[in-house]
Write a protein that binds this ligand. Sequence first.
Ligand code: FES
Length: 476
Amino acid sequence: MLDENKTFEPLIVAFCCNWCSYAGADLAGTSRLSYPPNVKIIKVPCSCRVDPLFVLRAFGKGADGVIVCGCHPGDCHYSTGNYFTRRRFTLMFNLLDYMGIERDRMRLEWVSAAEATKFARVMNEFTETVTKLGPNRRLIDLRNLPEEFEELGKEPKREVLPPPTSHSRDIPSVAHIEEQMKARATKLLADGVVDRVLAWKAGDHETMPEPAFFDHPAQIENLVYNKYCAPNLSKYLMVAPWLGGKLFDGSTLIFLKPCDSYSFNQLIKENLVNLEKTHIIGIGCGGTVQVEELEDVGMWEKCQVCTKVSHPVGDEIIDLSDDSPRLDKNARFEMVEAIEALNADDRFAYWRSQLSKCIRCNACRNTCPVCNCKKCVFSNDKYDMASKVNSTEFEEQAFHIVRAFHVAGRCSDCGECSRVCPQDIPLHLLNRKFIKDINEFYGEYQAGHDITAPEPLTSFDLGNDGQVDINKGVRT
Ligand code: FES
């Protein structure tokens, strides 16, 4: 237990850009302005050099508060670095708040080289705020901590949310689409237009179709398309040139459901698929079904709230001609709003109860179309575990926070991360929080819809972005 009689002295980590804020700190020192010795400054070339992972690491290694300081908007030494910082940390601080991490432990401030007084004032204020909050107990690496910290992280884990509202509707038959898919695949293969086909084939059970390549017309009879074809095929084409250890140089026909075509279009935008060697057929979808113990248990949540009925990309379309009513486009944010409405303790308890189930199987990372770094920052070769280990609860949290952040603005909300999770962790609710915030702060944005649209995290809007209060996470 922490010694209650001992005055708590917080550890504050301040990331300061070299050109303004660090110079401001320097001036505060030479001007003999006082700010607490609790503040440990880390100099960075520009505020945009501060990866949100640095903030998590600082917390994980014992910081009680983290502050990022940069030049005032318009004054960045690299012209626009702090505009990216502004968007990045607005979203990141909001996500941490959504996960129940006290918002007041994080702060972003613009401090110029001449603002020694402001630097000292901000550091005094921030240290006082964090001192009142007490030690950081929620984002901490429990390894190698002194004994007095042994109680940290032992808050009870509890479920605090009701199950999501069901929006299930009838699922139309797609048998006629399967027939047309087979006919087109056979013809395109036979005519030599494509050299192989990427679709689904029957798995061990009819409820478990799996992604498959077909490279001969005679194999097409094994192609299936039904209400169980939930797997998103987008990512398979990205890795496909190397399948079997051989480079495949031919062209591929890929079938894409509407939601898959958004993630595929995002990959086109990121130059990760060779469009010239791809023939795309968009296929209609009326929703896919979740199965437990080989029994249907209703439509996947991602399909219940899906509004993606058109294909943003495709050489041909085989449509469903389904005119069943679609939901209001904001229905998908219901669960996010339910979590936002909880108090910080309950938000933390909710995410702790969920993320502590993670076994780091990496299924979420492997299936996600836009989680496609060649070397993941979380790959861990230590002990030859090949990134299949969570060393601590901190890593459980950090892995999913960083993964969600890395796909922010690129995630099309296909929901595959949650669908494949063997532990039923609703990981898509992290991605959806980012999507919701991006829509609210920077305007409606749907990843994969338009390959010419600027990405929300690598662009900025001078007129609009200043209207968002980074530290409060609201529009002013
Ligand atoms: Fe200071 Fe970019 S150089 S924020």
